[in-house]
Write a protein that binds this ligand. Structure first.
Ligand code: NDP
Length: 479
């Protein structure tokens, strides 16, 4: 489809939203769904700042481990005193290598084969697991996409092969990821930029569904936040599901295992802090794959468009910055006291519990349309109405009991508790591993505000009724 068609679809949507409805009309006022059309100066500045700084930030956090044993201040002190220059730091960092390019090509190709060519069989023998072909949520244009959910299977096959290699085949060293870490950063950047640029151009030239495209009129914003909602190639290759849920997240646990193997190689033992980080993050990753069908209903898939934010973020930001704790522990092996380790484990598990059960309650509530039991009672809720892009009127419910009655985003609070636990597992020697909790706090607070803004335009006055009923966002009584 041409860009003219996409633009026409965009204009039609604008007319529909200003004229009222088309397919179903009602006197009842209802909010209009979808991402903002206007870009304010603050958002634009943030977008440009991120585009310019994020790749260097990732490089900085990885480089300081390689050259300064993860001290964040040391390179700044050396730069200030003239002992080092940006050039000398850059020159000391490992560069692109063809070995890393081969490793990464094999990795992404293997994940692609598992994603596209191996339909899920695990749902046939794992009770309670929803795999195979599943419906996504309704898009703003009113479409419901189908997805092949086989992430858990891909994760299991990949990890079984990793284990078989480490124990029996010895084709490569389990430290392979750590040993090629900075060269791999180059490769992930190449893919991240290539995917984001392709998605950007595709949106103009041949969008998958022109009705779901959003052009804001600002090229930087379009590139970063994406134009297409659910870009696909063919019937099944979905950019969001693949890049969000395969090369980066499947790798997360392998990266941690590679760090543990490096500790073993360097020091002859693996610290309890490394084990804690591996275990807590593996729970989070496995949770993601076990609930991949639920993930189709989260903001990434339901609301965000596919641009640099998701494309580059999934290829580069996630694998490099979500694994900083393990990297730090390779350079600074920390053996925690039993009390410290127990406190970290408790914080991580309680955080996981709040995160999982908050998400579970909403999922259950939405799946059963409120005909379920939450904390032993029938859930309470607010009835809402909204319009999709074709003008159709739809109804939805916002739960006001269970975790969703305590605060509007307790799932984020649980996530933050878990994130703090990963950082605290590294002790208090450096601030480097704490970057993650700072970043997650910014991400989730911003996400919360973004989501609420969107919900407010989607549900209008009904959203106001909801926020009156549940006044706090993350921490009851505070925020
Ligand atoms: P949510 O799962 O909280 O989804 C928000 C949506 O849920 C809203 O847009 C609205 O959608 C609906 N909703 C809001 N309030 C209610 C209610 N009271 N009752 C019923 N439905 C409601 O957000 P995310 O998709 O952002 O997050 C999912 C999980 O993923 C979270 O636990 C988060 O912590 C985690 N996450 C982790 C990240 C990471 O990098 N580690 C990044 C992002 C998220 P609707 O339009 O359907 O009404």
């Amino acid at each position: 489809m041409s860009s003219a068609v996409a633009m026409e679809a965009t204009r039609r949507r604008q007319r529909l939203s200003s004229n009222g409805g088309a397919s179903e009309t009602t006197e009842e006022p209802a909010g209009q769904w979808g991402r903002a059309w206007e870009v304010d100066w603050f958002s634009l500045s943030a977008v440009i700042l991120l585009l310019c700084t994020a790749p260097f930030l990732v490089f900085f956090f990885v480089m300081v481990c390689d050259q300064y044993q993860c001290s964040v201040s040391q390179p700044l002190v050396e730069l200030y005193s003239g002992e080092a220059t940006l050039r000398s730091i850059w020159d000391k960092a490992p560069s692109f290598t063809w070995t890393a390019a081969q490793i990464y090509t094999v990795w992404v190709s293997f994940q692609l084969v598992l994603y596209m060519c191996v339909p899920d069989v695990t749902h046939k023998f794992l009770p309670g697991y929803a795999g195979g072909v599943q419906d996504g949520a309704r898009t703003p244009a009113g479409l419901i996409n189908k997805y092949e959910i086989n992430g858990l299977q891909s994760w299991l096959i990949t990890h079984a092969l990793w284990y078989a290699n480490a124990q029996y085949f010895h084709w490569f060293s389990p430290t392979i990821i750590f040993d090629n870490w900075i060269p791999l950063l180059w490769c992930t950047n190449i893919l991240g930029y290539a995917v984001s640029t392709f998605a950007f151009v595709k949106a103009y030239l041949f969008p998958t569904n022109a009705e779901d495209c959003k052009f804001t009129g600002n090229v930087f914003y379009n590139y970063m936040m994406g134009i297409e909602f659910n870009p696909r190639i063919g019937k099944w290759f979905d950019f969001k599901l693949f890049f969000n849920g395969r090369p980066g997240i499947v790798a997360w646990t392998l990266i941690n295992l590679s760090y543990a193997a490096k500790q073993q190689e360097l020091y002859g033992y693996v610290t309890n802090s490394m084990i804690l980080v591996n275990v807590l993050q593996a729970i989070y990753v496995l949770d993601f794959f076990w609930n991949e069908a639920w993930y189709l209903k989260t903001i990434d898939i339901c609301h965000d468009h596919f641009g640099w934010y998701l494309g580059w973020g999934d290829c580069v930001w996630l694998p490099f910055l979500y694994t900083l704790q393990g990297l730090y522990l390779v350079y600074n092996p920390v053996q925690l006291s039993t009390a410290h380790a127990a406190a970290v484990l408790l914080l991580g598990l309680v955080g996981y519990y709040v995160f999982r059960f908050t998400n579970h309650q909403k999922d259950l509530f939405r799946r059963t349309e409120g005909k379920c039991s939450v904390w032993g009672k029938k859930p309470t809720f607010i009835e809402c109405a909204y319009r999709s892009g074709d003008g159709g009127l739809h109804h939805s419910k916002l739960m006001t009991s269970g975790f969703w009655g305590v605060a509007r985003h307790l799932n984020y609070t649980g996530d933050l508790m878990g994130s703090l636990a990963y950082c605290a597992a590294c002790g208090f020697g450096h601030i480097h591993p704490y970057f993650y909790i700072v970043y997650m706090t910014i991400l989730l607070v911003h996400r919360c505000v973004r989501d609420e803004h969107r919900c407010s335009s989607k549900y209008g006055k009904d959203w106001k009724r909801y926020t009156d009923a549940v006044p706090y966002r993350l921490l009851p009584g505070i925020f």
